[in-house]
Design a binder for this molecule. Sequence first.
Ligand code: PLP
Length: 440
Amino acid sequence: MSMSSEEMISTCLEHTMFSWAASGTVSPLPIARAQGVYLYTPEGQKILDFNSQLMSVNVGHSHPKIVEAIKQAADGLIYVYPGAATEARARLSKRLAQLCPGDIDCFFFTLGGAESNENAIKAARLYTGRPKILSSYRSYHGATNACMQLTGDPRRIHNEPGGPGYVHVMPPWPYDYSFGADEDQITANHLRYLDEVIMYEGPDQIAAMFVETVVGTNGILPPPRGWMQGLRALLDKHGILLVCDEVMCGWGRTGKLFAVEHYGVVPDILTMAKGLTSSTVPLGAMGVRRAIADHFREHVFWGGLTYNAHAFACSIALAAVDVLVDEGMVDNAAKLEPVMRSEMDRLRDKHPSVRGGRCIGLFGMIDIQRNAAGDSIAPYDGTHPAMQRLAAFFRDEGLFTFVRWGSFMCNPPLCITEAQLREGFEIIDRGLDITDEAFE
Ligand code: PLP
């Protein structure tokens, strides 16, 4: 017999640890099944998934073609060691080589986002022979040890001290001050600042700079105009590799297959996970340009885990990529961007507690403000009772999203319809009365 919500919750709390939380304080959402854009509790409550779980179920839950592919793959080759050649690995890498930007045509298959970044750190150091890695304070790159060092946001602090060689820089959009009065000025000033940091760190000591092409959990922030192109040129000048972390913003989330396509830039290394399989099975990848791939034909790539290039996962990823691309979900994300933006603008105009919202494709965030000045989008205390009540309201009314710090996410599966999208914003609209009441 299936478990009730109560039984599921109490057993999970008793016998498992939860990530990013003290288990004694969490109250996990009980989910029995999921289909399309909806989750269902054991008692049958229907919940609109407005965050694609971890911005990862891009094609929606339990897509029938992927379920079928899983059944078929289970009848075929499930696992062999990563030194073997398999048809699933061959087909997936060939497909990715067609889809990835520029000459990124060679892939190291991992178990997820963090491991892809771990391997990108390793590849950059081995390729350049340089020790240091640059990244941005306003970033998240994963929770393994090296990725926690790469990460700039305060989650890093609890994992310190880490290893040497990680240098953080202010991003072009810091929290509380500006690099300039408009985007062009911000880009120019920030790149000058970065050039100076590189000079002081020693250009010939820096292997790579990691960026989230569009910053994800730290604010859904596309870079200012001209910045990616300027960054590419600056790093080229110093022989530093550009690594674009598209674990979250890749695979259609921003309305293009990869976010770098918005900026016409080809990174040296592109890391991915999440949407690669739409979270049906764990798989990530590090994609590298031909020159780096050629280097590792001659030189050992010192790394590998038991489950790299997992045959079963590779065949499911191929099915997930086919569904995403063939069913026009990337275009759907681009088509619905103006709908999401107009809903966000409407809520900003109606609710004094809303500072504003941003989105690119179906990658969105709404910022709550506490006072009429609304002069900062710095994260304020997410434990504020109004934010907690807002989170509880969403949950009770059947909307799944993350309310964190002073913001919440709007990242539905890319298969969502316009009507379902508006259904989500209708719940949000009602919930914001709570934060309006608490508006100081
Ligand atoms: N990079 C970015 C930009 C992410 O958003 C995440 C996860 O949210 C990661 C890396 C880590 O991915 P994973 O949790 O699959 O290891």
